[in-house]
Write a protein that binds this ligand. Structure first.
Ligand code: ADP
Ligand code: MG
Ligand code: ZN
Length: 672
């Protein structure tokens, strides 16, 4: 079984890399001159080490050769610096008569014992003496840089380090350099409006008020009412929280300051807090404005839960700074803080106190009408075939959220392009949906035995899906390997279900056990292929017992409503040891009853199991109509639509080692 893959929560363009930013606007800022200094220093170094001032080709000659060259009239001029004599020949010459290396320039060393005859010799042969200084003196500035450069570099490095730690500790710091971080949070002015958001109408309605307030704050001030300072957007990934926050800013035409809370965790200790301070300072200066904190749970996790052992000071400092900032201003200043999370239950209670994020807006996955609206938004630029009905696509996609629908449109458009179409058709959408929900088909060749076993397994799932009362209609069954699964049976609800009766849950358990039941019925042995099925089954049964009060023995109690239950460290069970044993027994009882039911039904309908398996081996995959036809089971009354989603009841994992990764479908969550 596999649910729709998790939404890829594409973070909108609000997420800028932390170090992007325009050039410093302040010439005195060390951000401005520090790099210059460093570059200058490096330049000098490089220039001198790798590119020494260009020197003419020179031979070094012995002193006696030098004398004989003068004697021979071949020396044009010489220069002496201390005991070093450099000079120029008339004709290129070498260190000796046979020497290969010759040059026009030469140098030699004047021995200390050399006699005074040199001068007369030079005079006699008309050699120009000391025509030029050996090297032109370096300009004063360069000379200074050479002597002080290294020291300057050291000092600059020191200031830089001080600056960083000052920014971290939050103070103005040495030379008041901490401020320069602020420009990391340049505001955006999003062009997004509510017209770009669909399917989450309640959330939109709730945020209208915020937009109105930002547009005309005076109106609210006059009556002395208070507008919330902080609004928490709560919803699954990809439901459109970021989009909504940007749309609020776009509608109100105010600057949008955004940061992602998870960015702070990676930073040097203390930087997070100082950035929060800068962010709020900037936003207040730009008021009316919106501050958006994405992934608030990354820093706002309940401190009591102790989800992380040891200090996570950085997180806590950042969180405290957010709390301090939120306490420090009045919403009448015109700054509203929006934050997004998909886990409101793990948030620190301090964040949810009045005057902070005291208003919560739930962003729910869209219903069918909403999905159609979202599809319309994302197909605005996509040429659609006239026969394509987006309402039908919406009907086939229960459970998909905005980001997934956008992805679906994209996949369909890509498929259509690959098929050289001029417009996207329903077929493209169907195939794209299959790919999005089930993964791409894999080209592996199964042995005949494995194929047959898989066919029985999937037929078991599918047949039970048809036979169990109240089960979701079976839309497709296939033994084409996809992702990690060797086969798949797709069941999907007629429409978005909000509430699940006990019979339905039992039906799902029975259906999920159908693969294993069929295998043991036909072969008499079980295989590893049912691993995921069992995981899923256990999960549903457990929730039935501890969460939904569906075990008469345990009683109508909900033991699961414990936000800390997820923490392995503080895994205190809210029930006694005796109850724990009772729960285990009840979970087992429910599953075993369902397995018996699965065996009974398959035994009773053995002919149909064989027929379906044979058809599957022949066709590889069967759609709803074919399944009904092969088994001769009539369509359930009331099932007219053909929605499809939530790959339900059963994939076969190829091998235990391979089957570890895929997450089991979460059990259905009834409406509160
Ligand atoms: P979240 O922040 O809740 O994880 P996002 O706002 O980042 O989700 O959604 C990612 C993208 O998916 C959006 O940029 C948008 O293109 C699309 N999307 C999500 N929800 C909706 C929606 N309700 N209406 C239109 N598009 C949506
Ligand atoms: Mg987001
Ligand atoms: Zn299975």
């Amino acid at each position: 079984m596999s649910n729709p893959p998790p939404a890829s929560p594409g973070q909108g363009p609000n997420r800028r890399p932390p170090l992007a930013g325009g050039p410093g606007n302040n010439m005195r800022s060390p951000r401005f001159w520090l790099p210059l200094l460093v570059i200058l220093g490096l330049n000098i170094l490089v220039a001198n080490v790798f590119f020494p001032p260009s020197q003419p080709r020179t031979v070094t000659i012995p002193y006696n050769v030098f004398l004989s060259q003068i004697d021979g009239g071949n020396v044009a001029s010489i220069t002496s610096t201390g005991s070093l004599i450099t000079g120029v020949f008339h004709h290129p010459s070498g260190a000796s008569a046979r020497s290969r290396k010759t040059a026009l320039h030469f140098q030699t060393e004047l021995p200390t014992f050399a006699g005074g005859g040199l001068e007369a010799l030079l005079q006699a042969h008309h050699v120009t003496v000391n025509a030029q200084p050996p090297n032109p003196p370096r300009p004063l500035l360069l000379e200074l840089l050479f002597s002080f450069g290294p020291a300057l570099l050291l000092v600059a490095g020191f200031i830089w380090i001080m600056n960083r730690s000052a920014a971290a500790s939050g103070g103005g710091g040495l030379l008041r350099l901490g401020r320069s971080q602020a420009r990391l949070y340049d505001p955006e002015r999003p062009g997004t409006t509510f017209a770009d958001v669909a399917g989450i109408e309640e959330a939109k309605d709730e945020l209208e008020e915020i937009v109105d307030f930002l547009r005309q704050p005076q109106r609210y001030e006059r009556l002395g009412g208070t507008v919330p300072k902080g609004v928490l957007l709560v919803g699954l990934p990809g439901t459109g929280k970021t989009l909504l926050a940007r749309a609020v800013a776009g509608e109100a035409k105010v600057p949008f300051f955004s940061m992602s809370a998870s960015e702070f965790i990676e930073m040097i200790v203390g930087v997070g807090a100082s950035r929060v301070r800068d962010l709020f300072t900037k936003a207040r200066a730009a008021a009316p404005a919106i501050i958006f904190i994405d992934e608030l749970d990354a820093i706002g996790r309940s401190r009591a839960a102790g989800a992380t052992l040891g200090g996570h000071d950085e997180r806590e400092q950042t969180l405290n700074q957010i709390l301090t900032e939120m306490d420090g201003f009045d919403s009448r200043e015109g700054v509203i803080v929006l934050a997004a999370t998909n886990r409101a239950d793990v948030l620190d209670a301090a964040l949810l106190r009045p005057g902070r994020f005291d208003r919560r807006v739930m962003v729910q996955p869209p219903d069918r009408v909403g999905r159609a609206a979202i599809l319309r938004i994302h197909t605005r630029e996509v040429p659609l075939d006239p026969s394509l009905d987006l309402n039908a696509v919406a009907a086939q996609t229960p459970g998909l959220v905005g980001a997934e629908l956008r992805n679906l449109v994209n996949e369909a458009a890509l498929l259509a392009a690959r098929r050289d179409r001029t417009a996207v058709t329903m077929e493209d959408f169907s195939d794209a949906l299959e790919k999005v929900l089930l993964g791409t088909a894999r080209r592996i060749v199964l042995s005949e035995a494995d194929r047959e076993r898989t066919a029985y397994h999937e037929s078991g799932h599918a047949l039970l899906g048809l036979l169990v009362p109240d089960a979701d209609p079976v839309r497709k069954v296939s033994i084409v390997p996809r992702g990690r699964a060797l086969g798949v049976t797709v069941q999907s609800p007629v429409d978005d279900r909000q509430n699940y009766p006990e019979t339905y849950l039992r039906g799902r358990i029975t259906g999920a056990l159908g693969g294993r039941a069929a295998e043991s019925l036909v072969y008499g042995v079980v295989t590893t292929g049912a691993e995921n099925d069992l995981l899923h089954v256990t999960q549903i049964a457990r929730e039935m017992v501890i969460r939904w009060g569906m075990s008469p023995e345990v009683g109508p109690l909900n033991y699961s409503d414990d936000p800390q239950a997820g923490s392995p460290i503080l895994a205190q069970r809210p029930f006694s040891e005796a109850t724990a044993e009772l729960i285990d027994r009840e979970v087992k009882r429910i599953v075993e009853e369902c397995l018996d039911e699965a065996h009974r039904l398959l035994l009773e309908h053995r002919d149909q199991l064989e027929a379906l398996t044979r058809a599957l081996l022949r066709e590889d995959s069967l759609e709803e109509d074919a399944i009904l036809q092969v088994t001769g089971i009539p369509r359930r009354p009331g099932v007219v639509e053909r929605p499809r989603s939530r790959a339900a009841a059963g994939e076969r994992s190829p091998a235990p080692a391979d089957a570890a990764a895929p997450a089991p479908a979460p059990p259905p969550v009834p409406a509160p």
